[in-house]
Design a protein around this ligand. Structure first.
Ligand code: FES
Length: 117
């Protein structure tokens, strides 16, 4: 089910990618995406999306997305698909397969978290 209603304004972007760039102090038990290289991957994704000509997409830095243990993590809207991206090859695959091709990179997709109380 799409959260976008027929009477809503058109989507401003076709895709909105949030890349967690949160950084915690060294030694923090949860770790953080920035400590695993997410800032570099976010910069790369932004440039690469333009190089590949991904239309109407926005790549934004985000604060903690609350999935720290499985970072670096990104989430792609409007679908709400979560990925763990480790390197430039992973970023390229998300851009080419998901944003340009309309597919999914199943090897990088994060499962749903356990239900919360
Ligand atoms: S530090 Fe990236 S999800 Fe929390």
């Amino acid at each position: 089910m799409s959260a976008h209603r027929a009477d809503d304004p058109p989507l401003y972007f076709d895709f909105h990618v949030f890349v967690c760039v949160n950084r915690r102090p060294d030694g923090h038990p949860k770790g953080s995406c920035a400590a695993r290289g997410s800032e570099r991957l976010r910069d790369y994704m932004k440039v690469r999306a333009k190089q590949l000509g991904v239309p109407r997409a926005r790549v934004n830095a985000a604060a903690c997305l609350d999935r720290c243990e499985v970072g670096p993590c990104i989430v792609v809207y409007p679908e709400g698909i979560w990925y763990n991206v480790q390197n430039e090859t992973d970023v390229d695959e998300v851009l080419q397969t998901h944003l340009l091709g309309g597919g999914r990179v199943t090897r990088l997709m994060l499962d749903l978290p356990p239900a919360r109380d």
